[in-house]
Design a protein around this ligand. Structure first.
Ligand code: C2E
Ligand code: MG
Ligand code: MG
Ligand code: MG
Length: 285
């Protein structure tokens, strides 16, 4: 299997694989065929209320079952998909599949869950986004409140005035908005105040290096306080240790996500793992 690449996917093609132009072209050709060949799938990572441990739903995370390279993660191809524009049809597939799955869970009685779908910058700027979201929800008969759209802080900050309009339209549909990788962009407080978002997701980097009394601990506390003031839910992603969990709970994070409580998994495993928890306390899955 290939080496893990950087978050933006560029490293995969430009460094870690040390590939030549022909290989890049090959990957692009493979990516072009992937939808048609039904090689994409979604894994679902649970999200838990803190401190109750109640399951709040899942984040849908894209995977590519490549015919020769095996299961490939999004960090390795989202960059190429974005640069080639293929992220638009791929993103449509993700939204549709996530809503389809959420409707299955809804019909099983999990009416209080929400499914979170990540949007790329290009999708977010795409004129058809609002109609796409509206049509997808109605096609599946899924209430808007069961869907959350995640956009990164950088995406939301880029072309701030237009972003605000798009976010407002999403919000008007009744769909929740989560600002992903929060703390890595450059939001001004004035902008944040105007943002029609429901949730801030503290970037994994702050959680990773978290230790009692260090800068990251102080930053996290500050973000939680900011969330209180602006009436935004604060979610921590990348929770891997009980120490991190305890800290995040003690400062008042509203929800937690991470390998400690549950990795991204197939929909079957997800259902099994969450029903085993019986909505009790957060426990490692
Ligand atoms: P993200 O939205 O910030 O998702 C969180 C990433 O952190 C996921 O990586 C998840 O598997 C990983 N993660 C969760 N808990 C832990 C933990 O405790 N420790 C560690 N080390 N990692 C954890 P993944 O699935 O590889 O996705 C990477 C990024 O790719 C996502 O970051 C998101 O930006 C993007 N992505 C994933 N699916 C999609 C998609 O359908 N569309 C778009 N446009 N982007 C996607
Ligand atoms: Mg996300
Ligand atoms: Mg994130
Ligand atoms: Mg991220």
């Amino acid at each position: 299997h290939t080496k893990r690449a950087g978050r933006n996917g560029y490293h995969f093609f430009e460094a870690s694989m040390n590939v030549n132009a022909h290989n890049q072209l090959q990957w692009l050709q493979d990516l072009r065929m992937a939808l048609e060949r039904k090689e994409f799938l979604l894994h679902y990572q649970p999200k838990f209320n803190s401190p109750s441990g109640q399951v709040l739903g899942a984040e849908a995370l894209l995977r590519w079952q490549h015919p020769t390279h095996g299961l490939v993660g999004p960090d390795e191809f989202i960059g190429l998909a974005e640069r080639s524009g293929l992220i638009v049809p791929i993103g449509e597939w993700v939204l549709n599949e996530a809503c389809r799955q959420m409707k299955v869970w809804f019909d099983m009685g999990h009416e209080d869950w929400t499914i979170a779908v990540n949007l790329s910058a290009l999708q977010f700027a795409h004129a058809d986004l609002i109609d796409l979201v509206k049509d997808t929800l109605s096609r599946h008969g899924l209430p808007a409140r069961c869907l959350t759209l995640e956009v990164t802080e950088s995406t939301a900050m880029h072309d701030a005035e237009n972003s605000l309009k798009t976010l407002q339209k999403i919000s008007d549909l009744g769909v929740d908005i989560s600002i992903d990788d929060f703390g890595t962009g450059y939001s001004s407080l004035l902008y944040l105040k105007r943002l029609p978002a429901n949730e801030l997701k503290i970037d994994r980097g702050f959680i990773r290096d978290l230790a009692d009394g260090n800068d990251d601990a102080a930053i996290i506390s500050a973000i939680v306080a900011l969330g209180r003031t602006l009436n935004l839910r604060i979610v921590a992603e990348g929770v891997e240790t009980t120490k991190q969990q305890d800290f995040l709970t003690s400062v008042g994070c509203d929800a937690l996500q991470g390998y400690l409580m549950g990795r991204p998994m197939t929909p079957e495993k997800f259902l099994e793992a969450t029903s085993n928890l019986q909505n009790s306390v957060v426990q490692p899955l």
